[in-house]
Design a protein around this ligand. Structure first.
Ligand code: ADP
Ligand code: MG
Length: 245
């Protein structure tokens, strides 16, 4: 009886706490503009894009090919620059940092998942996953153990010595996801993560991303042109011709 009472009162406290603690903004993009000028043609890739992502959200940016999704993701992650507007990541303006600091900030706070996996072909699965930790000068034994744990979390313990060429597309993307998560990043960006996968492997990868979002409160921003993939997110942001619609 006593135990029941204490559990109830604790959950009420937590409820109140949640009520008064504002949810934290992790990505704050304000009025982004970017125009590509090539061969005398101007392409407005971003035209007044404003977007907020809360910590723990899984957001899908959706729209037809060429509407500016990759440009937006790259500008949010500080891989590309905008013509005007501002991007704050956890309250920090990446554009005001030196290149070296921005690279370091990215390595510590962000993970990336790409359509083409971008694994290093000569390295095994576990070596690919531990690489971000070695870059941050973590001890080799610590990095190896963390990489093993992460491969286990994505269901690939039995493939840790396989090289990318010896893995299926879905397995390669799970290795890439393990690598993206190894630093416990505040945010993971994924650009068409299922673009090169058949529908079964795509569903498996989306199950994994949704599970990581739910169980680890991992913030995820993913770009896709596929409605069934976007539907797995908590929220969909639709883009057309450089605008959010
Ligand atoms: P999406 O990812 O939605 O397919 P992108 O962000 O890659 O779209 O591209 C948005 C628009 O900007 C497209 O019209 C594309 O042709 C153009 N674009 C993208 N990158 C460049 C570039 N480096 N130089 C010139 N135009 C570009
Ligand atoms: Mg794209």
């Amino acid at each position: 009886m006593e135990a029941t009472v204490s559990i109830v009162s604790k959950s009420r406290q937590e409820e109140q706490h949640e009520q008064f603690e504002p949810k934290r903004v992790i990505v704050g993009a304000n009025s982004l503009f970017k125009t590509y000028r090539t061969h005398g043609i101007e392409v407005p890739a971003l035209a007044d894009v404003t977007l907020t992502v809360m910590r723990g959200e899984m957001v899908a940016i959706m729209g037809p090919s060429g509407c500016g999704k990759t440009t937006l993701l790259n500008c949010l992650a500080g891989l590309d620059t905008v013509d005007s507007g501002s991007v704050l990541i956890d309250g920090v303006d990446l554009a005001r940092m030196s290149d070296a600091r921005r690279t370091d900030f990215r390595a510590r706070t962000m993970g990336f998942v790409f359509q083409n996996f971008n694994l290093i072909p000569v390295l095994s699965a576990v070596e690919n996953v531990e690489l971000p930790l070695l870059v941050l000068h973590k001890r080799a034994s610590v990095a190896r153990q963390a990489a093993r744990d992460m491969l286990n979390a994505v269901g690939l313990s039995h493939r840790e010595r396989h090289r990318p060429a010896e893995l299926s597309g879905g397995q390669r993307q799970r290795v890439a996801i393990a690598r993206a998560l190894i630093n416990e990043p505040a945010i993971v960006w994924a650009d068409e993560p299922t673009g090169n996968l058949d529908s079964d492997a795509a569903a498996e990868v989306m199950d994994l991303l949704a599970d990581l979002n739910a169980t680890r409160s991992q913030t995820l921003v993913l770009v896709t042109h596929a409605a069934d993939i976007g539907a797995r997110a908590n929220r969909i942001v639709h883009m057309r011709d450089g605008h959010i619609v």
